[in-house]
Design a protein around this ligand. Structure first.
Ligand code: ZN
Length: 436
């Protein structure tokens, strides 16, 4: 008997089956999200990815069938942004669950949980995926990251038990309790079975928003003046003026809705600035600064993007001093530390770092003829304010307040307008060419 015949003659066989699908609300990184819980009979191996037009989350599990007696393999969902689901076997021996979304919600957290006994009921192995809509660019960053390196959830009971007791303790006590009622009969309140033959109404969101959102961050503020110039120029004033000029430039194009992290002289924690950009569903984040140096001859414009390792000593020193801004305001305990984020976010961070590099190149192209525009170039450092895992982010040091000529320039409205227009041009070019 040939191998082919041997394989073909084997009975249809699945190692695993999906026995539950539940949706509920959750909170992740300070935002409201959708929690999808998939329950399987045996330990879960699943590959996650996301697709657009229409937006959807796809979960591929090897050797897996659909086995939820109360639900047909496709139907509508009424828990936004999920609008429908379907199960199929598009490639041999792979069960695929597709959850269609009416917004660009990307998975920002995914983990597995072992079976749990509660009230006499034993749940199956669970895969928990938290989706958050952070806008089209964040979705694109996540999509590109997952395409390069699919996220594989593999249950490891010991690890999952640790996860359950540590990482997700807070989420468990709040949203999972709601998302996972004890009795299987009551576990699908949000899912409406789809009668056979009924077509599902699918709303196709447009992939491109009306206007891009650019969050402009005026560095420092309030009790943190930033660098000081020889003539008493305060960095926080220069950055606010430049941020407003850049916002005006971008808004005038009609292509961008510019938003500021601050419009007045007030102190904001660095991570709060990131959070503001994410809440605004920013397509990009740009932080404006004007540095100080020991050497009065240091001058020129530097464009920075995030890296674990600084490109040079000066960049490392600068990042350290900029990060000190948070110490001025006292400890910030209000937000999760993006650095301690989960594996998915680390993947997205790498992708977002690539995008940020690309954006920085567009900026460098535009500032070449400005004073010191080619001198300092694009550098890398661990600026806290650039650590958004899903928003391409750059930091621009517009000049040195400790250099006489730079300080003189930065005090002139016309120069600020000039720098703002160049940054604006670069941002528009980046957005137009970023494949959306
Ligand atoms: Zn600064």
């Amino acid at each position: 008997m040939s191998l082919w015949l041997l394989l073909a003659s084997l009975p249809a066989y699945a190692d695993n089956s999906i026995t539950g699908l539940r949706l509920g609300g959750t909170t992740i990184e300070g935002g409201a999200g959708l929690r999808v819980v998939i329950e399987q009979e045996n330990p879960i191996t699943a590959e996650l990815f996301i697709l657009d037009n229409p937006y959807r989350l796809v979960i591929d599990s090897p050797q897996t069938s659909w086995n939820i007696p109360s639900l047909p393999p496709s139907g509508s969902l009424d828990k936004a942004p999920a609008i429908s689901y379907r199960f199929g076997i598009p490639k041999p021996e792979t069960g695929r669950l597709v959850i269609e979304l009416n917004a660009p919600a990307a998975p920002l957290r995914a983990f597995t949980l072992p079976p749990r006994s509660r009230g006499g009921n034993i749940s199956g192995h669970r895969l928990v995926i938290d989706l958050v809509d952070r806008g089209a660019t964040a979705f694109r960053v996540a999509q590109a990251a997952l395409k390069k390196q699919p996220f594989i959830a593999e249950i490891d009971d010991k690890q999952a038990a640790r996860d359950a007791s540590q990482k997700t303790a807070a989420a468990q006590s709040t949203s999972e309790a709601k998302a996972l009622p004890a009795k299987p009969a009551q576990t699908q309140p949000k899912i409406k079975p789809q009668p056979a033959g009924t077509s599902v109404q699918i709303q196709t969101p447009s992939a491109r928003p009306e206007r891009w959102v650019v969050t402009i961050d005026a560095g420092h503020g309030g009790k943190d003046p930033g660098a000081l110039g020889g003539r008493g120029t305060r960095e926080k004033d220069v950055t606010l003026k430049a941020a407003k000029a850049l916002a005006a430039y971008l808004n005038r194009t009609g292509k961008v809705e510019a938003k500021l992290t601050r419009t007045t002289d007030k102190f904001i924690h660095l991570r709060k600035r990131i959070q503001i950009a994410r809440d605004q569903k920013a397509d990009i984040f740009i932080s404006l600064h004007a540095d100080a140096a020991q050497s009065k001859s240091a001058h020129g414009i530097s464009v920075f993007s995030l890296s674990d390792t600084a490109s040079d000593k000066e960049a490392a020193y600068l990042a350290r001093s900029e990060n000190q801004a948070d110490l001025i305001g006292g400890p910030d305990l209000s937000l999760e530390d993006p650095e301690a984020a989960n594996e998915l976010l680390r993947m997205f961070q790498r992708e977002s770092m690539n995008e940020s590099t690309y954006l920085a190149k567009f900026i460098l192209d535009q500032i070449q003829d400005l004073r010191g525009g080619v001198k300092r170039g694009h550098r890398f450092a661990g600026f806290a304010v650039l650590k958004s895992p899903d928003v391409p982010s750059v930091l621009v040091e517009m000049g040195f307040l400790t250099n006489r000529e730079d300080e003189k320039n930065l005090r002139r409205d016309a120069y600020i307008e000039l720098v703002a227009s160049r940054l604006g041009k670069a941002i528009i070019k980046y957005l137009e060419q970023s494949g959306r």
